[in-house]
Design a protein around this ligand. Sequence first.
Ligand code: NAD
Ligand code: WQD
Length: 338
Amino acid sequence: MTRVLVTGGAGYIGSHTALALLRAGHDVLSFDNYANSSPEALRRVTVLAGRSPEIVEGDIRDRAALDAVFFRFRPDAVIHFAGLKAVGESVERPLAYYRTNVTGTQEVLETMQTHDCRQIVFSSSATVYGEARYLPFDEDHPLAPTSPYGRTKLFVEDIIRDWVHARRGTSAVMLRYFNPVGADMSGQIGEDPNGIPNNLLPYLARVAAGRLERLGIFGNDYDTRDGTGERDFIHVSDLADAHLAALDFAAHQIGATAINVGTGQGATVLEMLHAFETAAGRQIAYQFLPRRPGDVARSLAAVDRAARLLNWRATRDVADMCVSTWNWQSRNPDGYGT
Ligand code: NAD
Ligand code: WQD
């Protein structure tokens, strides 16, 4: 059993990981300011797990608040999800992204150092690779993110690498998520974006539910099987399991290691739409639109490092991703606001 401080524990990936941690018998403290989430997610995690995480409302930019939590909870490890994640918004508000994602992480690392906490699992992103020079992306692919958001992830990876190098006995796993989608099979927790969703699956779910008229597909002239963009979608429950494996790895290994988290299998936007039609049992209207600026044609993960170092592989497929998203959407038409 490990005592795990989860920053951003009420968020989409954080709540699924908190559930997996509690089910595996770990003690969890969620530290979240609810900038992009609801405390209701943690209430539901408590019901599903049959026991509660400790819950603290706080901001990672607030050193005194972090300090108080470390002093009281004495975590063995940190899983650091808290941050801002909208690529477009990061172009409009870069300083807010650097403040929260970079300075905020520095506060977390400094607090870890003060309290001699030596293990961290960090939420990085496949967006650190930028344009593909070759596919699938392995972890040694050059890093050239194309947005302020992506650069915050790269800078934090570098900061963590430098810190781990300088501090004997510390250990970091930087998980580079590809495209997390889906929801816990209970349909009780899931992704609950504010406003009109930017990402494909939440958008598809709202069209299927009749809350948006049709999906706009950004580009049908890419060099892919059907002309639409191809991504490596990864089920959020598989992703949660990868964090458990990463925690175990960090406990037995020193050094900083970047590891991709994907399935290694791509699906195009049209393939995802058809899988969602099957899951929801209804047709989904769509129209082709021009390409979205900044999008790449294809993104695919090399998954052998995760298999080798973490002994982890994704087990859920595209059908599971769509069925669970639809289950969450139809049970909670207004997300946590229901
Ligand atoms: P999310 O927005 O649902 O979760 C982030 C959580 O952090 C939220 O609960 C939010 O309230 C909290 N938070 C934000 N700023 C905070 C602050 N200053 N102090 C304390 N808490 C704060 O996002 P998610 O999809 O669960 O993503 C989790 C992490 O994974 C993020 O770091 C994100 O960049 C990274 N990531 C996400 C994806 C994705 O597609 N969802 C892909 C790659 C990487
Ligand atoms: C997937 C595909 C779109 C919406 C983003 C971030 C990335 C990472 C994961 C955090 C693309 C197409 C989408 C729509 C569409 N997040 N699409 N119509 O852009 O691959 O990755 O989330 O680290 O950094 O950029 O995900 O779900 O937005 O798009 O046609 O309304 O669906 O063009 O081909 P993306 P997405």
